[in-house]
Design a protein around this ligand. Structure first.
Ligand code: ACO
Length: 282
């Protein structure tokens, strides 16, 4: 029998397809529960790079092939084998994984985590990096680090306190117990939990709504929501004025068209949906 490890190429670790302006990107190591190996981390950065500025991509969805979203870092290839190369190996592996999560946090397009199954430890990095998250009720989330003897690193502790209450984050991290998709929604790790057979349709629906909106406003908005978390009210107010003025230099016509279709044409109401981008002249 062929040894999977020696035959797995970097390209195989991530799969993607673009359909109707949505890039469906999949962790693609189902036989290893999509654990993140250095190969996968390098390939994911290439895939994100390839898709980020494509005109046919408006939204990116990150999901997993098989039973897992991602079982976290690959304990063998990411930890044991890189540690064997000394500090240089460890730091290189960290910068490859943290690098693509950071890229995803500030991605040009809105991003959605579609959590189809297991989501552990290091998986919380890309989970938080995605702007929205939807999970199967059957999915299982856990900070399992404590179960094998490390702290939740790679940002996972930060993700826990960013998304959950202090008490829940502490319990989650110390106990190493799994929660299901419904509880993950209740605790704020994901937006919604749905039966597995409804998950893709719901995510496609959300992606479609997003792809109908002004792309400059989407990028400005997602960055604003992330940035203002750490600002005082006054700093946020000032930042948002400047961020909007900067966005106007990329797209001054879109918002004018949005106002025009509402005030002059009366063809839509911003309180009820987005203006028709296709009618914008330039
Ligand atoms: N690292 C390396 N290999 C892994 C990982 C991982 N994180 N997760 C699964 N695998 C491998 C298994 O070793 C096994 O390999 P093999 O077929 O060569 O023996 C294969 O994937 C399938 O795994 P099973 O354990 O047989 O799958 P099962 O469906 O029974 O269990 C589960 C799934 C619960 C996800 C289990 O694999 C598991 O506990 N994985 C580890 C989860 C974890 O704690 N991840 C680390 C988080 S901490 C961090 O990311 C820093």
């Amino acid at each position: 029998m062929l040894n999977k490890k020696t035959t797995e190429t970097e390209e195989q670790t991530v799969a993607y397809a673009v359909e109707d302006h949505v890039a469906w990107v999949r962790f693609n190591r189902p036989e290893k529960r999509n654990a993140m190996s250095p190969k996968l981390n390098r390939q994911m950065m290439r895939v994100l790079d390839e898709l980020e500025f494509r005109d046919d991509v408006a939204v990116l969805v990150l999901t997993g092939e098989g039973a897992a979203w991602s079982a976290g870092m690959d304990l063998k290839e990411y930890f044991r084998e890189t540690e064997a190369q000394g500090l240089r190996g460890t730091r290189k592996a960290q910068s490859e994984s943290y690098g693509w999560w950071r890229r995803l946090r500030w991605y040009q397009k809105p991003t959605i985590a579609m959590v189809n199954g297991w989501c552990f430890g290091g998986g919380y990095g890309p989970l938080f990096a995605c702007d929205l998250a939807f999970a199967a009720e059957e999915a299982r989330f856990g900070l399992s680090e404590i179960n094998w003897g490390i702290l939740p690193g790679g940002g996972a502790s930060k993700v826990a306190v960013e998304l959950m209450s202090f008490r829940r984050a502490m319990y989650h991290a110390l106990m190493g117990e799994n929660i299901d998709g419904k509880t993950a929604a209740e605790w704020g790790l994901v937006n919604e939990a749905l039966p597995a057979d409804k998950l893709t349709a719901r995510v496609a629906e959300v992606a479609k709504v997003l792809s109908g909106k002004n792309p400059v406003a989407l990028k400005a908005t997602k960055d604003a929501i992330r940035r203002v978390r750490e600002m005082t009210y006054d700093n946020a107010e000032d930042f948002l004025v400047r961020a909007q003025e900067a966005a106007n230099s990329f797209d001054n016509e879109g918002r004018k068209e949005g106002i025009r279709q509402f005030i002059d044409d009366k063809s839509y109401k911003p309180g009820l949906g987005a203006y028709d981008k296709s009618r914008q002249k330039n």
